[in-house]
Design a protein around this ligand. Sequence first.
Ligand code: PMP
Ligand code: GLU
Length: 395
Amino acid sequence: MNPKLSNRINAMATSATLAMAAKARELRQEGKDIIGLSLGEPDFTVPEFVKNSAIKAVNDDYHAYTPVDGYGDLKQAIITKFDRDNNLTYTPTQIVVSTGAKQSLANLAMVLLNEGDEVLLPAPYWVSYSDISKLAGGVPVEIPSSIESDFKITPKALEAAITPKTKMMIYSSPCNPSGSVYTETELRALADVLINYPDIIVISDEIYEHINFTENHASMATFEDMYDRTVVVNGVSKAFAMTGWRIGYIGAPDWIARACNKMQGQITSGANCIAQRATITALENPPSKIKYMVDAFKERRKLILDLLSEIPGFKTNEPQGAFYVFPNITYYFGKTIKGKTINNASDFSLFILEEANVATVTGEAFGDPNCIRISYAAADKDIIEAMKRIKEALA
Ligand code: PMP
Ligand code: GLU
């Protein structure tokens, strides 16, 4: 805390995922052999056809500012993608392209929240939802779930969390960090609660849409009675391994998209022009083009679950999507190992880092203090070695 800085930044927590990745990097520079399972980042390279279109864009002299909300033909490719993959219909003014889904989420919070507005966060939730909401004056309200319910919330819990101050709900499916995937029936049951509260806006973060082992992706926006107040957030970071290229987008009610466009016009302008051109190519291709990555993640899910089952005290659900496992590790709370007492998930994650040289993220950052998040977007050999080290450190 520095009093010379704004209250806004002083009140904000550092992103736990990025902080852990930075710490792992630092330790590596000190010569430690750290296996990084903290960051949710595909270890694949960008597909060749996407790379080629970026190279072509450079050679075609794309260089200038783009329209703030994205190139018209990119917006058209996004509209076609929504129609093809999600059965969702949008017009160009309903689409806004941003510098990553993270900016899409920040735009939404900034244009929708007033001081004191409550934001429902089905827990566990992605780490940045809470601080982005707070930055915009919102008050995060966690809706608890547990491993017993596959980390999904019930309609009853949703209803109980709603107050006259509730402005929006943000959730991801497939979920980061739990890997849970809401079925259409489960989403419908939540929508049946929400239809009684017409002022609540739903932000449906679908960035892991294609990394889904159930092959069944449902979206709240496809319900006719929710379409007008649901914003779909998506992007190319995960599906196309384009995390550093920084392209995200929304499909939204017209009035919300226009407001995001206005906000972005004052803050960052349009997203990177070369990455936008490459995103057109990425989205024009059917999801089958990236199936090799999804298949690999599915194999690794099995690998990590099998290895975790051999370590006492790790209780896991079977994640249906994304590339994380979110084990409950309360078994270790109150235990002292190698002179270090583990009282909570942060202690546990730190213990694993120091004693096993494996970077994970504490569940506290995701609104569940009983768990840690382990990313399996890593090579098989790293997953095997990491689990071996964890097992030995805890033995
Ligand atoms: N939402 C979720 C659930 C995520 O895991 C991430 C990961 N970075 C993002 C949004 C942000 O993605 P982007 O790289 O497009 O900013
Ligand atoms: N979304 C990824 C994660 O959860 C990337 C890091 C981040 O943007 O926070 O690890």
